[in-house]
Design a protein around this ligand. Structure first.
Ligand SMILES: [Zn+2]
Length: 497
């Protein structure tokens, strides 16, 4: 490797950058949400004691025979259908041979020349513009173990290996080189993640490595007919890393071409600490892996699978839900987008509506009050202390004017903190709306009498002062007075005085 390739890219003028275009394709690995591994009965549970979930099959001991996990295959088929792929009539597992200490079999089991599904697509949106991104293929494979180079007292001398991840089922989804900017790559990964979560194919937990992303990146002069030489950038396991690494890599390659150099076809690693991509190894080619069909596993034959049954039992896709929310619940596209961002949030909203919450109010309260409090407390919607039925109860009280919106916000805060119901809190704190027009008029009269200056201003045509009086009455009633009655009472009192 030359030293130049590890240095930060030179500052390149925007007009130079603009002459180039990036060509990006993503390879996304997602761990399937099965209880057991791809070819044996070992648990896939994350965080168990190291090497406790292993057996002769996933350790690759001589004579052990793998059997394909039916659930893993079903989830892979569901994912294929969700991203509009065609299921191949025949697919087959191959052995991808390489040596690495965390790969005890000496090979990875992966579909190679006959993948499970091909020719799909995903629609993405970047700043309001829609674009269709092609998907080359989806195939199944098993995962390797984990090498632990840090965190032990003797980590300076030894590396440790945890084989629990060996044989965990994965799908790999390879996109066409249709992405042109880091923002498009971000939108693609985000859309794909949302679909896989909605389909319950993968929990897509990036911190636990359930969703991992590599990128193939090249640059070319705008309008050039051919693609440039690509580098594969690995370890893009968060959305932030993906954006930063792509931006870096695009500038690095443009810098090399501008200074008359050539791009090496190689695998590079995103170096998080240094904020740059570093060369890892020269790009390996398929023949380096000596792929051959795995003699221990039968080919997968689509005509023996109930693909139609899987299609019919698929949960609603995010895009369909987004449309339906607007149509069925009459909420804005923006609110529908917020509510369908994750399936658990969408489910929460629909449960609240089923419990009688007015849809528009529910959309509004969830996207403003609820999400703000979840953010502040670092909680997830699934462990939100206010259940959908509880929110519905509160919103019904506001709708029926039993309490004011202002009181509703206080009640909601207490519900979130204590887990008590809206009725309990309204009763305990005496927050029921004051709808006694006589009582409100009395308070209005007292407020007006205290501010002769403002009364004079109001008389001389300063209508804005009216709001001041409303505020005063609300303060006196701790926000509990029926706003319409307050308006009426003030108008009457001000007309008289
Ligand atoms: Zn096992």
């Amino acid at each position: 490797m030359s030293r130049a390739t590890t240095e930060a890219p030179p500052q390149i003028a925007p007009e130079v950058l603009n002459r180039y275009e990036a060509v990006i394709g993503l390879e996304v690995h997602a761990q399937l949400e099965t209880l057991t591994k791809a070819f044996c009965g070992c648990s896939t549970n994350f965080g168990d004691a190291p090497n406790s979930n292993t057996c002769p099959v996933c350790l690759g001991l001589p004579g052990a025979l793998p059997v394909l996990n039916k659930k893993a295959l079903e989830l892979a088929l569901r994912a294929s259908l969700a991203i509009n792929c065609t299921i191949q009539e025949r697919s087959r597992f191959a052995r991808k041979n390489y040596f690495y200490p965390d790969l005890p079999k000496g090979y990875q089991i992966s579909m190679y020349e006959l993948p499970l599904a091909t020719q799909g697509w995903l629609d993405i949106e970047v700043e309001g513009a829609h674009k269709r991104i092609g998907i080359t293929r989806l195939h199944m494979e098993d995962d390797a173990g984990k090498s632990l180079h840090e965190g032990f007292a003797d980590s300076d001398r030894w590396s440790y290996i945890d084989f629990n991840r060996c044989g965990v089922p994965l799908i790999e989804i390879v996109s066409e080189p249709d992405l042109r900017t880091p923002a498009e790559a971000y939108a693609y990964l985000n859309t794909l993640k949302q679909i896989l979560e909605y389909m319950e194919v993968s929990d897509c937990n990036m911190e636990q490595g359930s969703l991992r992303c590599d990128a193939n990146v090249s640059v070319r002069l705008r309008g050039a007919p051919k693609f440039g030489t690509k580098a594969e950038v690995k370890n893009l396991n968060s959305f932030r890393y993906l954006s930063h690494a792509l931006e870096y890599e695009i500038e690095r390659q443009i810098g090399i071409l501008e200074s008359g150099g050539t791009i090496a076809q190689e695998t590079r690693l995103w170096n998080v600490a240094a904020g740059r991509t570093d060369p890892m190894r020269s790009k390996e080619f398929a023949h380096d892996y000596r792929y051959f069909p795995d003699p221990d596993l039968l080919p997968v034959s689509a005509s023996h699978l109930n693909v139609e049954g899987i299609r019919l039992s698929m949960p609603e896709l995010p895009a369909a839900k987004l449309d339906r929310f607007q149509r069925e619940h009459g909420i804005t596209p923006y609110d529908a987008g917020v509510l369908t961002a994750t399936r658990s949030l969408a489910d929460y909203f629909e449960a609240a509506v089923r419990s009688g919450a007015p849809a528009k109010a529910a959309a509004n309260w969830i996207s403003v009050e609820l999400l703000r409090r979840l953010n502040e407390t670092g909680k997830n919607i699934t462990d939100c202390p206010v259940r959908p039925e509880g929110l519905a109860e509160l919103l019904k009280k506001i709708e029926s004017k039993e309490i004011t919106t202002a009181s509703g916000k206080k009640v909601f805060a207490t519900m979130f903190e204590t887990g008590k119901s809206a009725s309990q809190i309204v009763a305990a704190e005496g927050l029921a709306q004051i709808s006694d027009s006589g009582a409100i008029e009395e308070i209005a009269r007292a407020v007006v009498a205290k501010s002769p200056d403002n009364v004079a201003k109001y008389r001389s045509g300063n209508e804005g002062v009216f709001k001041f009086f409303v505020g005063q009455v609300m303060r006196e009633t701790r926000g509990q007075a029926n706003p319409q009655l307050v308006n009426e009472a003030l108008k009457k009192v001000l007309a008289e005085s």
